[in-house]
Design a protein around this ligand. Structure first.
Ligand SMILES: [Zn+2]
Length: 640
C-alpha cells in the first residue's frame, strides 16, 4: 500500500539504523533528569489546555500524549525523544523553601518567590493567559497573595510577554508593584526583535515547529520546552534597572544578589543569587541543553566567550554557597556537588565552542569545515545537559565564525555568487537537466546521502518550482534529516521544509510582530527607525519630503527628511522650511503606526493637526511598505 505522496513517510532503514546507534552511544541508564524534573511536584491542571477569552486554545499539552511511550519511534532521534519526554513535566513545583516554579505552561518557566508581603514573579511567560493560569495554580495551592514585584531576567518575549496576566499596571504606577530588569532591557527588546520582526516570526515557524502537526512524524519538542504559547503578548516597562555588575537588593524582604550578564544568551540578561535560600537562578545561560549562539530563526550572533565568562564568575562567586541551581527553562539541579559539576560543564561547553572554533579559524579552516569537524570532548559528550537539543555545535560554531569574520569565507568564488533562482538554473543545466539530476539524486537517496539530495533538489526547485518530482524527493530527504536530528530546532526546520515542499505554504494567521505594548514602550526615535525600514526605496526615487513632527505631550519635535530614497530624522529639531508640520500626541502616533486609526480619521477628528501641505504627508505614507508574514522559504519568492 503506497502512502500518499504528500504525507509524512516512515524512517528509511538507514535512518532507523542511525537512530538505533544513538541508543548505544548515550547513557540512557542515567535517569537522574527524570527524577529532577518531577522533584517537588505539587499539582497541575487535569488537562493542560489553556484558552484565551474567545475560547481559542493558546497552549495545549494534550496533543503531545504520544510522548507517553518510553521508547522512541523510528522517526525520532532517541536522544531528542528523551528530552521531549522530560519537557512534558508540567504544573507547580517547589524548588526549595520559598521558591516555586510553574513549568510546562509555556516554553519557559515562571518562577515565584514568596516574600514578606506577597510574591515575586520572575519571568511571566509569553502570554497573559498562560501566566494567569500559572499564578492561579500557585494560588490554589498556597493561597492568595498579592504580587509585589516582577523581575524580567532578560529581553526575550518568553520572559516578559505575559506580565499583564500577573499584575495590573495601575498597581505598578501606584508604586505597589516593582518591576525590575537588567540594563539595556527596553532598548534590546526593540533592537533585537522589532526592526527585523517579520522575517524572524516567519523563520521562527521553522525553529519551533509551531505550525507543524504534532506527532512522531511531526513536531515533538523545541528543545528548550515544547513550543511557544500563542496568547496575548504584553509588556509593562521596568521601574528599576539593574546597572552595576553586581547589585544587592532586598525585594519584598528577600535578599537578591543580581549579576549582570550582558551579551550572553540575550544582549540584556542577568543572573540572581538568593543567599538565604542558597539558590542560584541563571536566567537562560545554563539550561539542560546546548543553547544558541545563533538561533536559526535569525538574530544577531551572541558572544560564547562572554557566556562562559559570566558562568565562570557565577560559579566562583555563588557556587560554593549554592544548594540548588535553576533557570527559566527546564528543571533544577540540586546538591552542591552536582551544582558545581553542572556549572563547570556548562561553562566549559561555551568556552570550548568559542575557543576551538577560533583556533580552527586561525588555522585557516572555513566555517563549514569547522562545523563539520568540531565534536564535543568525551568528558562532555556523554552529559545530557550539554547536548544540542536547541543549539547545535554545527550552527553555533558558524555563529562564532560570523562574530569575528562575518558571512564571507574569503574564497572569491563565493564573494558574489548568482542568487538562488539563477544559480539553480545553472546547476540544473550543468547536471544535465532536471531529469538527470533527479535520477542521480534517487540513487543517492537510496545510499542515505540526504544532505546532498536536499541541496541538489533545492537547486532544481529554485530553477522550476513546479517540478513535483524534485519537490517530493527534496521533501523526502529533508524529512529523513529531520527524523535523525538530535536537535529539536533542526528537526522542526527540516520537517517544515518538507511540509512546505509537499503542500505549499500553510495558511497561517499572521500575528503582528509588534505587540501594542512593545510599540508603546518604544522611543519616538525607534518608531522613526521602524518607518525608515518600511520606506520603499524604489518608489521614493526622486522624492524630497520634509516633515516636522511635534509630539505634544512629550514636548519633543522631530525633523523627518526624505531624500536620496533614505528617511532620516533629527531629534529635538525642526526643519525650516518644511512641507508640513504634524502635531499629535504620542498615543495617537502609536495608533497610526499600529493602523488602529486611519490617518484621514485622525485629521478629521482633530487628534492630528497638519499645518502646511497635507498632501506631502499622504505622499510619504504611501511610500511605506506593508510586510506580509508568509513569504516563501523553500522555493522562489513569488513576485508581489
Ligand atoms: Zn527563554
Amino acid at each position: 500500500m503506497a502512502a500518499h505522496a504528500e504525507n509524512p513517510k516512515d524512517a528509511t532503514p538507514i535512518t532507523q539504523a542511525q537512530n538505533r546507534a544513538v541508543l548505544d552511544a548515550l547513557p540512557f541508564g542515567d535517569t537522574q533528569d527524570f527524577e529532577d524534573a518531577q522533584r517537588g511536584f505539587l499539582r497541575t491542571l487535569p488537562d493542560v489546555e489553556i484558552k484565551n477569552d474567545r475560547g481559542r486554545v493558546v497552549w495545549s499539552l494534550k496533543e503531545y500524549a504520544f510522548l507517553g511511550d518510553e521508547q522512541a519511534p523510528p522517526t525520532v532521534n532517541p536522544s531528542l525523544w528523551r528530552q521531549a519526554r522530560l519537557n512534558m513535566s508540567h504544573g507547580l513545583f517547589q524548588v526549595t523553601a520559598s521558591i516555586y516554579q510553574i513549568r510546562g505552561f509555556d516554553i519557559s518557566n515562571m518562577t515565584i518567590i514568596e516574600g514578606d508581603r506577597g510574591l515575586i514573579v520572575i519571568d511571566p511567560l509569553i502570554s497573559t493567559e498562560v501566566a494567569r493560569a500559572g499564578l492561579d495554580l500557585y494560588i490554589e495551592h498556597r493561597g492568595s497573595r498579592p504580587v509585589t514585584a516582577v523581575i524580567y531576567t532578560h529581553s526575550h518575549v518568553d520572559h516578559f510577554g505575559g506580565v499583564r496576566g500577573v499584575v495590573d499596571e495601575a498597581d505598578v504606577k501606584a508604586g505597589a508593584v516593582e518591576i525590575i530588569a537588567p540594563a539595556g532591557f527596553m532598548e534590546e527588546i526593540v533592537a533585537e526583535n522589532v526592526l527585523a520582526g517579520t522575517p524572524m516570526v516567519r523563520r521562527a515557524q521553522f525553529q519551533f515547529g509551531a505550525t507543524l502537526p504534532k506527532g512522531p512524524r511531526g513536531q515533538v519538542d523545541a528543545g528548550l520546552g515544547k513550543v511557544t504559547s500563542r496568547g496575548t503578548v504584553t509588556l509593562i516597562p521596568p521601574t528599576r534597572i539593574v546597572t552595576a555588575p553586581i547589585e544587592t537588593h532586598h525585594i519584598d524582604g528577600v535578599e537578591i544578589v543580581f549579576q549582570l550578564a550582558p551579551e550572553t544568551e540575550a544582549p540584556a540578561e542577568m543572573h540572581m543569587f538568593y543567599p538565604a535560600l542558597r539558590a542560584l537562578n541563571l536566567a537562560e545561560n545554563a539550561t539542560h541543553n546546548l543553547h544558541n549562539t545563533y538561533p536559526i530563526r535569525g538574530a544577531q550572533v551572541r558572544d560564547a566567550n562572554a557566556w562562559a565568562r559570566y558562568l565562570n564568575e557565577a560559579l566562583a562567586r555563588f557556587g560554593p554557597d549554592t544548594d540548588v541551581v535553576f533557570a527559566q527553562h527546564h528543571w533544577p539541579v540540586w546538591d552542591n556537588h552536582r551544582v558545581l559539576d553542572f556549572l563547570t560543564k556548562q561553562r566549559d561547553l561555551y568556552k570550548y565552542l568559542h575557543d576551538q572554533t577560533v583556533r580552527l579559524m586561525n588555522q585557516g579552516w572555513k566555517a563549514a569545515e569547522i562545523a563539520e569537524r568540531l565534536t564535543l570532548p568525551k568528558s562532555l559528550s556523554e552529559t545530557w545537559h550539554v547536548r544540542g537539543y536547541y543549539g547545535t555545535l554545527s550552527h553555533n560554531s558558524k555563529a562564532v565564525y560570523q562574530r569575528y569574520l562575518g558571512w564571507y569565507d574569503a574564497n572569491p568564488a563565493n564573494l558574489n555568487p548568482l542568487p538562488p533562482v539563477e544559480r539553480g538554473r545553472k546547476y540544473v543545466e550543468y547536471m544535465g537537466g532536471a531529469h538527470a539530476a533527479i535520477a542521480r539524486a534517487l540513487g543517492d537517496f537510496e545510499r542515505g546521502e540526504y544532505r546532498f539530495v536536499a541541496e541538489a533538489m533545492s537547486h532544481v526547485v529554485f530553477a522550476d518550482p513546479s517540478n513535483v518530482q524534485a519537490r517530493r524527493l527534496g521533501a523526502d530527504a529533508l524529512e529523513q534529516l529531520g527524523y535523525a536530528a538530535e536537535s529539536a530546532t533542526w528537526r522542526n526546520a527540516y520537517l517544515l521544509g518538507a511540509f512546505e515542499l509537499r503542500q505549499g505554504q500553510p495558511n497561517t494567521v499572521a500575528r503582528a510582530p509588534v505587540s501594542p505594548d512593545v510599540l508603546r514602550a518604544m522611543s519616538v526615535e525607534q518608531i522613526f527607525d521602524l518607518l525608515g525600514v518600511r520606506l520603499n526605496g524604489e518608489k521614493a526615487e526622486g522624492r524630497r519630503i520634509v516633515i516636522n513632527w511635534i509630539v505634544q505631550d512629550l514636548g519633543r519635535s522631530f525633523a523627518l527628511n526624505l531624500e536620496n530614497c533614505a528617511l532620516t530624522y533629527l531629534a529635538d529639531r525642526r526643519s525650516e522650511p518644511a512641507d508640513a508640520t504634524v502635531t499629535l500626541a504620542r498615543a495617537t502616533l502609536d495608533r497610526l503606526i499600529l493602523r488602529d486609526l486611519p490617518f484621514a480619521d485622525a485629521m478629521q477628528s482633530g487628534s492630528v493637526r497638519v499645518d502646511g501641505d497635507p498632501a506631502k504627508l499622504v505622499e510619504l505614507l504611501d511610500l511605506l511598505d506593508e510586510f506580509t508574514l508568509m513569504f516563501e522559504v523553500v522555493e522562489p519568492k513569488h513576485p508581489a
